[in-house]
Every structure is written in structure tokens, then in C-alpha cells.
Ligand binder design. Structure first.
Ligand SMILES: Nc1ncnc2c1ncn2[C@@H]1O[C@H](COP(=O)(O)OP(=O)(O)OP(=O)(O)O)[C@@H](O)[C@H]1O
Ligand SMILES: O=c1[nH]c(=O)c2[nH+]cn([C@@H]3O[C@H](COP(=O)(O)O)[C@@H](O)[C@H]3O)c2[nH]1
Ligand SMILES: NC(=O)CC[C@H](N)C(=O)O
Ligand SMILES: [Mg+2]
Length: 526
């Protein structure tokens, strides 16, 4: 039984376009409190109805002194709840409450030490250093050009640096606070404590957002939504759909049927593993559809990445549709949509973000679709999805496996997709992953895979000339997949993988390692 509404104690985060806004939300969730990110121009009535226990104004690239720059809705300051402004959020708060902000194109970026000034509820007991005179200071991370140069009415300075005298400010009565630095990044050593202080003490939120509460809540919501009807779930064996399968299996048992589509673009033995795990071990109803022929024939002659993605997306839906028709009486389609998918597709809808690539499961659903959607992970970040996967009893290895995109090898063959290329790539990928596991490097990288390059290159294997294809290896480290650093894998390790791929796969004469980070490259090659 869920005795308390786990969404009741909630924080609203208004986004001014900073890259760190998602990070703030993840921190708030880590603290155990539900939060949502909304655009800075959220409707005032909606803000009232949202009923936040506190509001965070996040950072942004714009400059408060410039005409037309965004402002927080006035209601933020009249609702009677605590408000925390971070960077741009602090600057607009200062300006809107009667202070002054000075623009500058001189950027202050990186580590700074700020001195704590006076006493406040907000920073009491939070410090990194105490010098001989009892002066307290904090190690923080800054990224700004503009700064607040006059305090708004009733505010005091809480922290200061020589170049930024108002580095933190507060109005203790209303519990309005502003930080010029970023508490959400780990380089601000006490950042999490500051956010906890704000959320748990000043906003008086209870930490109800825990994995077991999330699971209980999701189960009862799904039961209420679907009643006695049947649900179809596209199961890929990836983290998100697997967690949905486990969750729905607990919630509605036999009303769930999963469809696993073998599109011919999967990793080696993927199908067998999915069937073993779900159908045999967990007793979930899984239909395995062999649609290799269908996918590959439609992809024949197609080389444009976006076109491939669209064909694959459409074909998936068609297969789900066919299966649902065969099953009859299926009213709901379940999906593993997670919160970043929702935020990012909203971004592209508002025209604020560019479409870099069309993800096959977002925005790809036909308007006249006969199903209603069940998306129990819609509010969760990937790390939360993983935690509830463990809570639901899925094995660690399944929950912490690398993501694998729905279009699969289709976007890792940089050419027309042919079965012979897919077969080569599958084997190369398998060797790479096997070696990563053997060297205990799999969980030290966030995602790793091989890419098939349609280039022939000369080699010599056992005195014989070879004129064959090139395989590129890609491995990245990332937390949120929005930015990523190429993984600095040991040379000896890369050597082992390269030797195995060239020696064991006759169609390959050369292996390269991708050393591009995201941005400017993306993780996948197409
Ligand atoms: N081969 C497949 N068969 C059935 N459904 C699939 C397949 N591939 C993808 N899907 C559907 O598309 C959704 C999105 O794919 P995506 O790869 O983003 O998620 P995932 O596979 O569940 O998790 P992960 O991101 O860890 O790979 C999945 O949740 C699943 O519903
Ligand atoms: O389910 C998916 N359908 C897709 O169409 C898709 N495209 C990219 N990805 C995955 O998203 C993450 C970021 O990838 P990019 O840096 O290439 O955009 C990486 O983890 C990619 O593997 C996809 N996942
Ligand atoms: N990170 C931020 O929010 C930056 C705010 C503002 N654009 C500045 O440069 O000061
Ligand atoms: Mg996947």
C-alpha cells in the first residue's frame, strides 16, 4: 500500500536553457524528492496547480541586462515557497526583486574559492575550509560572465570572492537564495549538502522518492490505468524495456504480452538471451518475431542515416500492429520511454533544440494509432530506472548493460545494410564486448560497440594479401549520454581486440579506434 502520495512533496525547476538543468533535477531526485523541469515561461496557473514546495531557477546562456532576456514568472516570488536561483536564475531573481546585474563578456569559468559572509540558515555548518581567523570558505565551480552588483531589497550577501563580491545572496525571511556558482556539479564539494539543505530543511520536503516507493506507486498506477485489459510491450532486452517488462509482470501478470522483434540488426545471440531471461526464467509471455527479412528488404539500397532510422521505426510499429491484431483485444501499448526522452522531444517541439537524429521510438508513432500508451518510466532518469530494475529483482548484469539503440546495427553499418555486413559487424562487436568483460572494463565504460566502415583496405595475413573491410571501435564514458568522453582504454587491451578481430574474421583487414568526444561527435556514427 502506498500510504503517501510520493509526488506530493515536489520541487519545480524552471529551465533557462542551461546544460546543467538535468543535472539539478537528478540531484534533487537523489536527495529523495520528486521534481520536474519546465520551461522558464511556464504558465502562472500551471505553476499554482503544480503546487511546488520550492522552486529552483536554473542557469542559462542569456544575459539579464540585455533586452528581451527571459524572466521568471512573477508568481514564483508570490507563492510563499522558498526559491533558489542558480547562476542565471540568481541574476534574474536579483533584477526582478530590485537589485542590479552587470553584463560582461569576460567569462569566469572553473574552480573558485568563495568566502562565507555572515550567518545564514542556508549555509550554517556548511564549509570546506576554516582559516586561522575563523574565516570560512567553500570550493565551488563557476561558469558566468555577468554578475549581481546590487542586492535586491531585504537580501544579504552570503558568500563572496574578490572578483564576484555577491557570489551568494539570501533573504532569510522569505527563504529566497541566489548562488552564482553551480551546486549541482560535483566540483562544488558541498553542493549536494546545499541542495539538501534547501530542499529538505528550507522547503521542508520529505524524502519519499525512493526506489521501493517508486515501484509501489508505478504498480498501482498501472493497475488503475489498464484494469483488466491486455497490454503489449516491445521488449528489446535493453535496460528500459526490460524494467518495464518486470514492472508490468508484477503489476498485471498474464495481461502482459511482450513482443521481441528480431530485425536482423541485433547483437550476436541477443535473441536467445532475451528469451532465456524473460520467457524461461521469469515466466513472462514473450513472442519472438523473426522480421529480419522484412527489415533488411526495406533497407535495401538505403544509405542515408535519417532515412534508415525512419524505415526502421515504421517497420517496428508495423510489426507491433500485426502482433496486436493477431492477439486481439490489446488496448494498450507499453513503452520504455524515460524522462530524458520526454524532455528532449519537448525541446524539439518548442523549436528550442535542433533535431540531430530521429530516435526510433520518439515522435515515430502514427497519429491514428489504435493503442493507448502505458509508460511507467516516463518520469525517471536512467540511473533511477536502473535502481528500480534492481528493486524489481532483475540481475545486476541486465540492469547495468550498455544501452543498445533500437535501429541497432542498422546505424552502425555506414553503408547500405546488407546481411553479410551485419554478420561481420556482429562478430566484431561480440569480440570487443567479450574482451571488455574479460579485462574487467565493461562496467568502466558506459557504452562500447563496433562500427562497420564500407572502406576496403590492404593487409597481409600469413603471407597472403587481404583487401577487406575496416572496423572502428567506439567506447565512451558518460553519465547522461548527452555529453561523452572517448574511453581511454589501455593500448594493450586495444591490441588484443584488434588482433582477435582481424585474425578471427576473414572479412576484416584493419581496426581503428574512435577518439572523438561528444560534442562535437555523437556517440553513434549515424
Ligand atoms: N528489437 C526490439 N524488439 C522489440 N522492441 C524493441 C526492440 N528494440 C527496441 N524496441 C522498443 O523501443 C524502445 C526504445 O529502445 P531503447 O533502445 O531506447 O530502449 P531499451 O532497449 O529498452 O533500453 P536501452 O536504452 O538500455 O537499450 C524499447 O523500450 C522497446 O520498447
Ligand atoms: O533507442 C534508441 N534509438 C535510437 O534511434 C537511438 N539513436 C541513438 N541512440 C542512443 O542514444 C545515446 C546517444 O546517442 P547519440 O550521441 O548518437 O545521439 C546512445 O546511447 C545511443 O546508442 C538511440 N537509442
Ligand atoms: N551559467 C549561467 O547561468 C550563465 C549566466 C549568464 N549567461 C552569465 O554569463 O553570467
Ligand atoms: Mg535498446
Amino acid at each position: 500500500m502506498v500510504h503517501q502520495d510520493i509526488h506530493a512533496h515536489r520541487i519545480l525547476i524552471l529551465d533557462f536553457g542551461s546544460q546543467y538543468t538535468q543535472l539539478i533535477a537528478r540531484r534533487v531526485r537523489e536527495i529523495g524528492v520528486y521534481c520536474e523541469i519546465r520551461a522558464w515561461d511556464m504558465d502562472e496557473n500551471e505553476i499554482r496547480d503544480f503546487a511546488p514546495k520550492g522552486i529552483i531557477l536554473a542557469g542559462g546562456p542569456e544575459s539579464v541586462p540585455l533586452p528581451g532576456s527571459p524572466r521568471a514568472p512573477e508568481i514564483v516570488f508570490t507563492l510563499g515557497v522558498p526559491v533558489l536561483g542558480i547562476c542565471y536564475g540568481m541574476q534574474t531573481m536579483a533584477e526582478q526583486l530590485g537589485g542590479k546585474v552587470q553584463g560582461s563578456d569576460k567569462h569566469e569559468f572553473g574552480y573558485a574559492r568563495v568566502d562565507i559572509v555572515g550567518k545564514s540558515d542556508f549555509l550554517a555548518g556548511i564549509e570546506d575550509h576554516v582559516d586561522g581567523d575563523g574565516l570560512l570558505s567553500l570550493d565551488v565551480w563557476m561558469s558566468h560572465g555577468d554578475k549581481v552588483i546590487e542586492l535586491p531589497t531585504d537580501f544579504h550577501i552570503l558568500a563572496s570572492t574578490p572578483s564576484c563580491p555577491i557570489a551568494a545572496m539570501g533573504d532569510e525571511k522569505r527563504h529566497f537564495y541566489g548562488l552564482q556558482f553551480h551546486p549541482e556539479v560535483t566540483h562544488t564539494r558541498q553542493g549536494l549538502r546545499m541542495l539538501s539543505r534547501f530542499i529538505l530543511e528550507l522547503c521542508a520536503c520529505e524524502a519519499l522518492w525512493t526506489p521501493s516507493n517508486i515501484v509501489e506507486d508505478a504498480i498501482s498506477n498501472v493497475q488503475a490505468q489498464v484494469g483488466k485489459d491486455n497490454v503489449l510491450l516491445g521488449l528489446s532486452g535493453g535496460v528500459d524495456s526490460s524494467v518495464v517488462a518486470a514492472l508490468l509482470h508484477q503489476a498485471i501478470g498474464d495481461q502482459l504480452t511482450c513482443v521481441f522483434v528480431d530485425n536482423g540488426l541485433l547483437r550476436l545471440q541477443e535473441g536467445e538471451q532475451v528469451m532465456a531471461m524473460f520467457a524461461e526464467n521469469m515466466g513472462v509471455k514473450v513472442i519472438r518475431v523473426n522480421a529480419e527479412e522484412k527489415f533488411l528488404s526495406r533497407l535495401l539500397g538505403v544509405t542515408d542515416p535519417e532515412e534508415k532510422r525512419k524505415i526502421i521505426g515504421r517497420t517496428f510499429i508495423e510489426v507491433f500492429d500485426d502482433e496486436a491484431t493477431k492477439l486481439q483485444g490489446v488496448k494498450y501499448l507499453a513503452q520504455g520511454t524515460i524522462y530524458p526522452d520526454v524532455i528532449e522531444s519537448a525541446g524539439s517541439k518548442n523549436g528550442k533544440a535542433h533535431v540531430i537524429k530521429s530516435h526510433h521510438n520518439v515522435g515515430g508513432l502514427p497519429d491514428d494509432m489504435a493503442f493507448e500508451l502505458v509508460e511507467p518510466l516516463r518520469e525517471l532518469f536512467k540511473d533511477e530506472v536502473r535502481k528500480i530494475g534492481l528493486e524489481l529483482g532483475l540481475p545486476f548484469d541486465m540492469v547495468y548493460r550498455h544501452p543498445f539503440p533500437g535501429p541497432g546495427l542498422g546505424v552502425r553499418i555506414l553503408a547500405e545494410v546488407r546481411k553479410e555486413y551485419a554478420d561481420i559487424l556482429r562478430r566484431a562487436d561480440h569480440i570487443f564486448i567479450e574482451e571488455l568483460r574479460r579485462a574487467d572494463l565493461y562496467h568502466k565504460t558506459s557504452q562500447a560497440f563496433a562500427v562497420f566502415l564500407p572502406v576496403r583496405s590492404v593487409g597481409v595475413v600469413g603471407d597472403a594479401r587481404r583487401y577487406e573491410w575496416v572496423i572502428a571501435l567506439r567506447a565512451v564514458e558518460t553519465i547522461d549520454f548527452m555529453t561523452a568522453r572517448w574511453a581511454h582504454l589501455p593500448y594493450e587491451f586495444l591490441e588484443t581486440v584488434s588482433n582477435r578481430i582481424i585474425n578471427e574474421i576473414t572479412g576484416v583487414s584493419r581496426v581503428t579506434y574512435d577518439i572523438s568526444s561528444k560534442p562535437p561527435a555523437t556517440i553513434e556514427w549515424e
